[in-house]
Design a protein around this ligand. Structure first.
Ligand code: BV8
Ligand code: ZN
Length: 251
């Protein structure tokens, strides 16, 4: 792909499809998500306010799933590209697999499932917490993970005020961090914008490919299926990210 080779400024936006080959369940795919509950019903402040234990049960389940996953070739190609001058990577994924693949300058638009923050917003900054509950820890492949037992059935607490801790992710109805939106908009000033493995449903992330086109970028979508973005991009490459990206990288 000549454009990819010649692009001085390349921006990549990824969604759950990039982690699918690693075994991370997608949100809206056939493998569906936890107990057929829609993410839109659980990933909200209202759901957490009503039933923090249920929401934490969902996140504990997802953390245990993700703890067993490794970055796949799609993450590795994107990490190589991120080392190039002028390449920026935006992700909607909260699994941190891009980070584990060594991606530079990653903008995590929806935060990280491995970070927590204070539900009562006491001012304590978000903190990293990779603990798994004991039974889940036994299943995870990473032996170097702390095997704390505290992260059991109860909800984790804020170390500063003792209040409830919540996953430091962006829920539906919550605004993205202004700095991240700023970084994403700046990244829309590019020669080539690749949107990879996202159903292009969730905003504002789904809007960036259109913003990039408005700013003169050549836009391409890599996805197994067609999405609402397919009719708007310049090029649609239908295929699996873990196959298409290594092919593009070697071309
Ligand atoms: C906001 C973090 C302003 C949590 C996520 C009503 C009320 C309130 C808001 C709204 C509303 N209606 C609309 C909105 C806006 C809302 C929104 O967009 N809703 C959608 C459902 C219509 N957005 C928001 O609320 C955002 N904030 O608008 O703030 C505001 C402020 C106050 C009040 C109102 C508005 C916040 C959005 C962030 C939500 N958080 N996640 C968590 O993960 O636990 S979103 C969630 O969906 C994930 O982050 C995920 O990344 C994201 C998008 O999903 P995808 O990544 O695209 O994954 P999906 O499964 O959908 O698709 C996978 C794709 O991969 C498929 O296309 C498949 O074909 C493809 N694929 C599969 N395998 C492969 C593959 N492709 C290639 N290779 C493969 N191997
Ligand atoms: Zn606190």
């Amino acid at each position: 792909m000549r454009r990819l080779r010649d692009a001085r400024r390349l921006t990549v936006l990824t969604g759950a499809g990039v982690s699918a080959a690693s075994g991370v369940p997608t949100f809206r795919g056939a493998d569906g998500l936890w107990r057929n509950v829609r993410p839109e019903d659980l990933a909200t402040p209202g759901a957490f306010r009503r039933d923090p234990s249920l929401v934490w049960e969902w996140y504990r389940w997802r953390r245990a799933q993700i703890a067993r996953c490794q970055p796949n070739p799609a993450h590795r190609v994107i990490a190589e590209w991120s080392a190039r001058e002028g390449c920026r990577v935006l992700t909607q994924n909260v699994d941190d697999l891009h980070l584990r693949a060594g991606t530079r300058g990653l903008v995590r638009l929806h935060g990280s499932i491995w970070e927590l923050k204070c539900w009562d917003e006491c001012g304590h900054p978000a903190w990293r917490d990779e603990r798994l509950s004991p039974d889940e820890a036994d299943q995870s492949s990473d032996t170097d993970r702390p095997r704390e037992t505290e992260f059991g059935r109860s909800c984790p607490r804020c170390p500063a005020c003792g209040g409830l801790a919540r996953p430091a992710v962006v829920w539906f109805g919550e605004s993205l961090a202004a700095a991240d939106v700023e970084a994403a908009l700046t990244a829309c000033d590019c020669d080539l914008f690749l949107t990879i493995g996202t159903s292009a449903i969730v905003h504002p992330a789904a809007g960036f490919v259109h913003e990039a086109a408005r700013r003169g970028a050549f836009t391409a979508e890599i996805n197994l299926d067609l999405t609402p973005a397919s009719s708007a991009v310049d090029l649609v490459i239908q295929g699996a990210a873990e196959d298409v990206l290594p092919t593009l990288a070697s071309a």
